[in-house]
Design a protein around this ligand. Structure first.
Ligand SMILES: NC(=O)c1ccc[n+]([C@@H]2O[C@H](COP(=O)([O-])OP(=O)(O)OC[C@H]3O[C@@H](n4cnc5c(N)ncnc54)[C@H](O)[C@@H]3O)[C@@H](O)[C@H]2O)c1
Ligand SMILES: CC(=O)[C@H](C)O
Length: 259
């Protein structure tokens, strides 16, 4: 174990954007803790990183359990002695109309996207304050945290909440030299968009892939986003170069929304 190396935890990093962030931060020199509710994908991704020469371990954790997130931080510190960057990347989607959405579904998406992000901020901040070394907490927001989309009402509400956590936590933790920022991707071709497309085409009577295609037309740069496009920006947020930035939820969407 190299105690000079910084340690980053990424939730929901068994696949998709989280996995790309893990790979990028590993290349940047971080020791990486892969965490996911899906134990198999977490283990597989961690092994892939180690095969690339990146120091890594996997911890299965469901972000909607405060206890499991506290345990994730404990295991990280037990293994590597410190926590420098905590990325609340895990999130789930949901496609439904405002009139149809059920209490159970709203509860479920808020438990993961809103409560889960809060538990991550809390557990990471407690450890970083104990260390007295400062740190960086980074959250997954979205274009849907800047404007709400029809059929994505509950999802959008959760991402507005992530933006609120980011601002409040940034103010409260600044005196401990802990910064809190969010990345707000646009349309990234992961399994999340496969599910959103499937849900939307059913509602709108379209063919498979057409909802993704229609949304993608709004991207000024003319291509959909790769997980690596997001990871490149998160690399900056996790680095010293972002030290003077806090409380921001930054659009990284190829030019869909401006502001
Ligand atoms: N894909 C996009 O276009 C897009 C755009 C903007 C924001 N985002 C956000 O980026 C993040 C990652 O999205 P993605 O596209 O990679 O999604 P994805 O569905 O491909 O991957 C999400 C990962 O999170 C894990 N996960 C789900 N629920 C969990 C829980 N309760 N606890 C721990 N892990 C859990 C899944 O097992 C999976 O590995 C999400 O927060 C999402 O809202 C995605
Ligand atoms: C999934 C997501 O956050 C946007 C709407 O693409």
């Amino acid at each position: 174990m190299n105690m000079d190396k910084k340690v980053a935890v990424i939730t929901g990093s068994g696949q998709g954007i989280g996995k790309a962030i893990a790979e990028r931060l590993g290349k940047d020199g971080f020791t990486i803790v892969i965490s996911d509710v899906n134990e198999e994908s977490a283990n597989r991704t961690s092994i892939e990183l180690m095969e690339k020469g990146i120091e890594s371990m996997a911890v299965q954790a469901n972000v909607s359990s405060k206890k499991e997130i506290e345990n994730l931080v404990e295991q990280t510190v037990e293994q590597y002695g410190q926590l420098d960057v905590f990325i609340n990347n895990a999130g789930i989607d949901q496609v439904d109309s405002i009139l149809n959405i059920s209490e159970e579904d709203v509860q479920k998406i808020f438990e993961v996207n809103v409560f889960g992000t809060l538990y991550g901020i809390q557990a990471a901040a407690v450890q970083m304050k104990k260390q007295g070394t400062g740190g960086k907490i980074i959250n997954a927001c979205s274009i849907a945290g800047h404007r709400a989309y029809s059929l994505l009402g509950a999802y959008s509400a959760t991402k507005f909440a992530v933006k609120a956590w980011t601002q409040a936590a940034a103010e409260e933790l600044a005196s401990s030299k802990i910064t809190v920022n969010s990345y707000c991707p646009g349309i990234v071709g992961t399994s999340m968009w496969d599910r959103i497309d499937a849900g939307m085409v059913e509602y709108m009577n379209l063919e498979k892939g057409q909802a993704f295609e229609q949304f993608s037309k709004s991207i000024a740069l003319g291509r959909t986003q790769e997980p690596e496009d997001v990871a490149n920006f998160v690399s900056f947020l996790a680095s010293k170069d972002s030290d003077y930035m806090t409380g921001q939820s930054v659009l990284i969407d190829g030019g869909i929304l401006y502001g």
